[in-house]
Design a protein around this ligand. Sequence first.
Ligand code: EPU
Length: 344
Amino acid sequence: MFKIEANAPLQAHNTFGIVAKALQLVNIQSKDDICNLLANPELQPLPKFVLGGGSNLVLTGDVKPLVLKVEITGKRVVREGVKHFIVEAGAGENWHDFVTWTLAQNMPGLENLALIPGTVGASPVQNIGAYGVELQDRFDSLDYIDLTTGESKTLDAAACQFGYRDSVFKHALTDKVLITHVRFALPKVWKREISYADLDKLSKKKNELQPTASMVFDWVCQIRSAKLPDPKVDGNTGSFFKNPVVTPEQCKDIIGRDPNVAFYKLLDGNFKLAAAWLIDACGWKGRGVGNAGVHPNHALVLINKGRETGVPATGGEVMTLAKAIQTSVYERFGIRLEIEPVVL
Ligand code: EPU
């Protein structure tokens, strides 16, 4: 049975480490918990906010909607199909632990997504992706509870409307559902994906051109740890902005402004620009606003400088910094950077 906690501290529940509280918070450990909560006539109509690992979240004040902290656990192999193993995890499982578990079951396919902070339930919301693989490439289906009707529903990949760091959960279904379980289709015939520049470089450096899945897992962990700050040490939400997608004409214009710009051609003919490069070129690396700063090793990551200064960053400082970065990138390159985490 669920229990409502009043004025629950949220600092440990958001990886940026921002100090804020939830006016009301409930831990959801099962489908029954959420169904019972929704059957309560006082709680059912309240606005709600679903919280996973808080790894993609900026809190700009105390949270007034009822916070549903998802703690549904469990990992299992659902079935063996012709081409795939179907594996399932509860939404509250830690993402990296789940990836590690699939490899221990001898079911590779998620190794490129190692060490991404957050929970399994949050992974489809922003269609997490790294080092050449996106969640949608390994996704099977998910179950959710409709927070208005209490109904249980299942969505396949098409219904999730995945895009780059995007899904239906960032649009039509925002704040309307609680994802309870996610299923993944892991290929029975595994194919390594090491074409991403960092992995390709490491493979050549190690003279290991046909790495196993467990080697790719180790390499991804090594690359991420070297480049990206550990949120347990310096609070952050990973990439703070999306990499902008521009037309060939826009790309040409930007190359005209600075020929060194980092970009990649997409299959549809458009170009993806490295937001980190744009921010770096505007001289933001290592700078900041109050106790919020730009990571000295990776310009796309904003960090909480609280460990250094003794005072944790506020959500206001983080957003002031983000807006200043957006303005300078727009003034120099004519590109509007889109913020990636949810701002509450
Ligand atoms: N770069 C700079 N300055 C920097 C850092 C990078 O100029 O400070 C340039 C370099 O030219 C580099 C390029 O930016 O080659 C791209 O950098 P990186 O390979 O680190 O990838 P990214 O585009 O910045 C994306 C994802 C990451 C993911 C990596 C690896 C987004 C918003 N971010 O970052 O995802 O780990 O690729 O696949 O798409 C996250 O979403 O939180 C995240 C960390």
